[in-house]
Design a protein around this ligand. Structure first.
Ligand SMILES: [Zn+2]
Length: 352
């Protein structure tokens, strides 16, 4: 694929040349605001590859395109502040039983009471639209904002996710994006709780250094990553709306991992007026459909609590409904990885 791109304007975009030695925010992240190309709403590289016959994707069961549905799990224990606020909200609606349940659920290790142990509910919701998803869990007790939990408390939940057809992957810790030893421990810790190998990862805070983080993830045996998107803007960070094998400009070779680029994150929409946010989402979905690509969506699992985040929940449902009407294959990162790999789109596109 690189050979097709090498003498075109799209090569530098695809290999993310501007990120090498480019500006970073205080968390070490390359942001949209540092990006030279300001229109990231078009997957220019995917578009070029398709128009020139280098990429022709057929998704299973006549799906026109794919949506990779994902959830980062930041926190599983509501704070007292959150508990009391939502309990009061229920009480103000005279839903006294629900109000009381919030108080009882505080720190109780039980999925039926705790509003943040909602993984099965999320999967049930997605199932109504024939979708399923990936959940990325943290497996470290180090975090700058104290969003910590012990993954071993969630063993039963992890198995339920798998039983329902979802995927469990790693939400790599805040301090680990450039620390292979830490990340290795986290992967092992999660796999111990899950009793199964994990293949997918998204880094917390979207902390990501090109190309080092890809190299670290590949060396640790991850099969795919889905961190690569802008923390501050929905869109196509390197012009791709398809999975791709990243290229390491320093070493002059491809990195053995699949990137399923992150396109839409809830957090980068919520500051906008709702109509504007919806127009952005709609346009990104439409253009991904046109290119038969993958639209990766991150909706944090804490944004599904109706009493607190009713608008965010409603927005997500609107996305699911829109995707279903467009006949998208709504599935987990692991499924996308598996399908893309089996169909050898990489090989077909890298042979030239
Ligand atoms: Zn996170």
């Amino acid at each position: 694929m690189l050979d097709y791109l090498r003498n075109t304007d799209f090569y530098d975009v695809f290999v993310a040349k501007q990120e090498y030695g480019g500006a970073k925010d205080q968390f070490g992240r390359f942001l949209y605001k540092f990006c030279q190309n300001k229109d990231v709403s078009k997957p220019v590289v995917s578009d070029f590859l398709i128009k020139n016959g280098f990429l022709d994707v057929n998704w299973p069961e006549n799906h026109r395109f794919a949506a990779c549905l994902t959830h980062d799990v930041e926190s599983i224990y509501p704070t007292w502040k959150y508990t009391l606020f939502t309990a009061a909200k229920f009480a103000s609606k005279l839903e006294l039983k629900n109000s009381l349940r919030r108080i009882i659920a505080k720190n109780k290790k039980s999925s039926s009471e705790n509003p943040f142990w909602n993984f099965k509910q999320i999967l049930k919701l997605e199932d109504q639209y024939d979708g399923k998803s990936s959940f990325y869990f943290k497996a470290t007790l180090r975090d700058i904002v104290n969003w910590i939990y012990d993954i071993e408390d969630l063993t039963d939940e992890l198995h339920s996710i798998i039983d329902m057809g979802g995927e469990v992957g790693l939400h790599g810790g805040f301090f680990s994006y450039n620390n292979p030893e830490e990340l290795k421990k986290e992967k092992k810790h999660l796999e111990k709780a899950l009793n199964k190998e994990t293949i997918g990862v998204r880094m917390h805070y979207l902390r990501f250094e090109v190309p080092e983080t890809w190299r670290i993830l590949s060396d640790l045996g991850f099969k795919y990553d889905t961190t690569y998107g802008f923390p501050d803007m929905p869109g196509f960070r390197n012009g791709m709306c398809h999975p791709f094998k990243p290229y390491d400009l320093n070493l002059g070779k491809e990195i053995d991992i699949m990137e399923i680029p992150l396109i839409i994150m809830d957090g980068s929409l919520f500051g906008l007026p709702i109509d504007e946010a919806w127009t952005i989402v709609q346009n990104l979905i439409d253009i991904t459909e046109k290119n038969k690509g993958v639209i990766t969506i991150l909706w944090h699992s804490n944004n599904f609590d109706k009493i607190f985040n009713g608008n965010k929940l409603k927005f997500y449902e609107k996305i699911l409904s829109y995707l279903k009407n467009k006949n998208a294959w709504m599935t987990s990162g692991a499924d996308i990885y598996d399908y893309w790999r089996r169909n050898k789109y990489f090989r077909r596109t890298s042979e030239s």
